[in-house]
Design a protein around this ligand. Sequence first.
Ligand code: FES
Length: 112
Amino acid sequence: MIFLCSSSQVPEAHSKGFELGEHALFAVRRQGEVFVYKNRCPHRGVPLEWQPDQFLDSSASLIQCATHGALFLIENGECVAGPCEGQSLTVIKSREDAEGIWVSLHRDADGV
Ligand code: FES
């Protein structure tokens, strides 16, 4: 897996964007757990954030696309309101350990 960042860079109820090579991702922490998605709205294929590292709505309880306001569940990326309702963000496999947050970008890179 690829090292993304230290755990402290994604505090509770906050989000953070990353560029790993050609991959644009973001991470969100909710109730202690980190969720990582591709930074791509399923509606128009554009990045989601309205300002750097701002991927959440004003209540910090949903992920929001800045372009047309689609709202996504933090836990599974499902769009629950907006023009792409029923579609989902692309989940990036991740795990967290004492060193920080790790992601898997390619299936065949697992275990490296
Ligand atoms: S591009 Fe995200 S809601 Fe339209």
